[in-house]
Each structure stands twice: as structure tokens, then as C-alpha cells.
Design a protein around this ligand. Structure first.
Ligand code: AMP
Length: 194
């Protein structure tokens, strides 16, 4: 693994704990010699993690669409900042550049980005790990909902288990590095059943 894509809020969240954890995750990335790939903004937890990685001597690669350069304040102190035409190209470039994905706390944008790479893993479009940094139980309601989808027969336990979950940055990075993707994709499993 050479790089990790982080999805996180363009806001700071209600507690200082979120920014502290974003800093801790940034430091853990640099210690593990992993580059940060992220949305390229300077605001919220996005800015916090990028600033931390740069201050610690790491590599931060931002990918931002033209429309958001001003709104999310494109970070001009990164190792690389790619300005792309639209959101689709942003997500594609981030996904191509990264060897794994981690969601820190965030809002609808973070969830959308997380679910795209999670469902792509489920369909077998990529074999990269997808993870949640579950700071202070932030993702507990989402984890419960996903377990509910398994219990109610809408998702296999195998796909729930793709998600790597940990509250500790160093432990989460170790999980990413040791990740083994499931042997079959969603549709291959269905074919095996018939
Ligand atoms: P948020 O979690 O809503 O603060 O957003 C975090 C990041 O997700 C920001 O960089 C947003 O630009 C991005 N984002 C917002 N909506 C979308 C979307 N539909 N697809 C991909 N990224 C998005």
C-alpha cells in the first residue's frame, strides 16, 4: 500500500474530538509512509488532515472539481492539487490514486463517497479495503443499519465484513494493510446458488 483515500467532513463537527482524531489519523498515515489522497479542500476535517500530513512531512494529494475550488477553498499547500472538471472525475481520480479508502466523520458528501467505493467493492470492481474510523462511536448508527440490512436479507454478511472498522488510527491502518478481499463478488455468489 502506498496511499489511502480519506473521505471526511467539509465541516469540523460539533466536538473538538473530531479534529483531534483527524490529526491523529494524519500522523498515523505519515508514520506508515502512506500518502493521503483526499478532496483537496482547506475546510473542516478535510483541511485538518491535509494540514497535519503536510506538517508531519508526508504527502497529500488533493482532487477538487472546478466548481468547488472556491467553496471548499482549494488547498494551495499540498504536494499535488488536481483540479478536475466535475464530481465524477474527482471520485474516479481519487479512487484510481488510492490503494484503500477510509471514512472519517462527515455529512452526506462523505457518506456518498463511502458508499460508492463500498458498493464497488461488493460488486468486484476493485479489491481495495474500505474502512470506517469510528471516532467516539460516530458510525455506530450506520453500522447498526448495515447489520439490519444483513439481518433482513438485503446484504450478505460477507459484504458487511468488507468494511474494516476501528476507533484507533494505527490499528485501522494495520487492518487496511492486512486486508484480504472476499473471493467472489456479489453476482458470482448469486450464480453459485443457482
Ligand atoms: P460533507 O461530508 O457533506 O461535508 O462533504 C465532504 C466532501 O464530500 C466534500 O468534499 C464534498 O464536496 C464531497 N461531496 C459532496 N457531495 C458529494 C457527492 N454527491 N459525490 C461526491 N462527493 C460529494
Amino acid at each position: 500500500m502506498k496511499s489511502v483515500c480519506v473521505f471526511c467532513g467539509s465541516s469540523d463537527g460539533a466536538k473538538p474530538r473530531y479534529a483531534e482524531a483527524a490529526q491523529a489519523f494524519g500522523r498515523a498515515l505519515v508514520e506508515a509512509d502512506l500518502a493521503l489522497v483526499y478532496g483537496g479542500g482547506k475546510v473542516g476535517l478535510m483541511g485538518v488532515i491535509a494540514d497535519t500530513v503536510m506538517a508531519e512531512g508526508g504527502r497529500a494529494i488533493g482532487v477538487i472539481p472546478e466548481l468547488l475550488v472556491n467553496k471548499e477553498v482549494g488547498h494551495n499547500g499540498l504536494t499535488e492539487l488536481h483540479v478536475v472538471p466535475d464530481m465524477h472525475q474527482r471520485k474516479k481520480m481519487m479512487a484510481d490514486l488510492a490503494d484503500g479508502f477510509v471514512a472519517l466523520p462527515g455529512g452526506a458528501g462523505t457518506l456518498e463517497e463511502l458508499f460508492e467505493v463500498y458498493t464497488w467493492a461488493q460488486l468486484g470492481y476493485h479489491q481495495k479495503p474500505v474502512a470506517l474510523l469510528n471516532i467516539d462511536g460516530f458510525y455506530d448508527p450506520l453500522i447498526s443499519l448495515l447489520q439490519h440490512t444483513v439481518d433482513e436479507g438485503f446484504m450478505r454478511q460477507t459484504y458487511f465484513d468488507i468494511l474494516q472498522i476501528d476507533a484507533d488510527p494505527v490499528a485501522l491502518i494495520a487492518r487496511l494493510q492486512g486486508y484480504q478481499p472476499p473471493v467472489s463478488d456479489k453476482w458470482a455468489l448469486k450464480r453459485e446458488e443457482v
